[in-house]
Design a protein around this ligand. Structure first.
Ligand code: GLU
Length: 415
């Protein structure tokens, strides 16, 4: 695990790699390599035992040239200012790659939510929402779920914002529960775009997903839903993992049953007498498709030398270090980058926000159809750039497409 690689430096390297193939002046490029502003705040919150807990919390607004800042809020002990800055930048390029009218943002609180009660988490979230109030709004900055947050936290943030602003504003956050203005299909959207991206990639490479073997690292929302939907495309999910380790069955697991097992026992380990392996062993298994769906820096250059998958589709944000990317490019392993592959989450967030503004709600079928159009179009734009400009890999192609769109919006606005 290459945990010492600074994700913000990785982001800047990825932008520089694309800029080398793009016609953007160096001084202008600087604007698109760093956040416009970062809120860093300490939350002081009373805990259940009466003591006072203090928590470092952040919100980074990376770029707003294409629309309101957009991106999730993460609860994790490893959250740092630089991680949040990187994640906000990845969002800015992601929204540009799938061409939805948003900029990029990201927030986080450095805590392990497993250590706190529901009432403590509610007070912490509402304290954070109070700090965010001057920054967020449906036309300013629109948070969403990320690692360890979901509908519950979004509903709390929405409620706090609406109370403080004396209004109703469901579009201030996305990823809400359906009854609070959420969208059909939002929960599944990240896993769905991973599956669509994999389907497009395998067809582009001249094979299909039918009978393709798949390993999934990380079995939370994105990983488990991608595994389930990939099965629906005829793929064989042979290995999945979570922080407790990996399980393997060469005949294929039942992705849904493995998820139920994790929900009941807390981990995938012990499911159906499968063979057990480490996470690093899963990442180097000889499969057709590898889906890293956990955290940043899962694959560094050393591990990349041992990767045996033919295609990697990134469900997590930033799971490969730039050095790992170089190794995999040299080894002709195709990597479908996060900024396209997991963009289903923010794309359906966009649909949710549109529905909130119109107070008119779509069927799940419509959401899924519109999502498919967005991801397939983005894939085509990426592969066109890859071929026409003879770019080294899909990530550089994605960043080249995204950078162009952000620079164009900035220059046209004349600001
Ligand atoms: N946290 C998700 C991401 O990294 C979703 C963001 C959103 O819906 O705004 O893309």
């Amino acid at each position: 695990m290459a945990s010492d690689v600074n994700p913000f430096e990785s982001l800047q390297e990825q932008i520089d790699d694309a800029a080398a193939y793009s016609d953007v002046d160096d001084d202008v490029l600087e604007r698109f390599k760093r956040p416009e502003r970062v809120l860093e705040t300490t939350l002081s919150v009373e805990l259940d035992d009466g003591s006072l807990g203090t928590f470092e919390a952040y919100r980074s607004q990376f770029n707003g040239d294409r629309g309101p800042y957009k991106g999730g809020i993460r609860y994790h002990p490893n959250v740092t200012r630089d991680e949040v800055k990187a994640l906000s930048g990845w969002m800015a390029y992601k929204t540009a790659v799938v061409n939805i009218p948003y900029g990029g943002g990201k927030g986080g609180i450095a805590l392990d939510p497993a250590e706190y009660s529901t009432t403590e988490l509610e007070r912490i979230t509402r304290a954070y929402a109070t700090e965010l109030r001057p920054l967020v709004g449906p036309d300013e900055d629109v948070p969403a779920p990320d690692v360890n947050t979901g509908q519950r936290e979004m509903n709390w943030i929405k409620g706090t914002y609406e109370t403080l602003e004396n209004t109703t504003a469901p579009g201030v956050v996305t990823g809400k529960a359906i009854e609070s203005g959420g969208s059909q299909g939002r929960l599944e959207a990240t896993g769905r775009s991973v599956t669509l991206a994999a389907r497009e990639a395998f067809s582009y490479l001249g094979t299909g997903l039918e009978d393709a073997t798949v390993a999934v690292q990380g079995y939370g929302n994105a990983g488990s839903i991608a595994a389930h939907l990939l099965e629906g495309e005829g793929a064989r999910v042979v290995a999945v993992s979570d922080s407790s380790g990996a399980i393997y069955d060469e005949d294929g697991l039942d992705a849904g049953a493995a998820k139920d097992h994790k929900a009941e026992t807390g981990s995938v380990a012990g499911y159906d007498d499968c063979e057990e392996y480490s996470n690093d062993e899963l990442l180097t298994m000889d499969v057709d498709l590898l889906v890293p769906a956990a955290l940043e820096n899962a694959i560094d250059a050393d591990l990349a030398e041992d990767v045996e998958a033919d295609v990697i589709v990134e469900a997590a944000n930033g799971p490969l270090t730039p050095d790992a990317d170089d190794v995999l490019t040299d080894r002709d392993v195709y990597v479908l980058p996060d900024v396209l592959a997991n963009a289903g989450g923010v794309t359906v967030s966009y649909f949710e926000w549109v529905q909130n503004r119109q107070r008119f709600y779509w069927s799940e079928e419509r959401v899924n159809d519109e999502l498919e159009t967005v991801i397939v179009d983005a894939f085509d734009d990426l592969t066109d750039a890859f071929e026409e400009r003879d770019l080294p890999n899909f990530r550089t192609a994605a960043y080249a497409v995204g950078l162009r769109r952000i620079v164009d919006a900035y220059e046209q606005s004349g600001n």
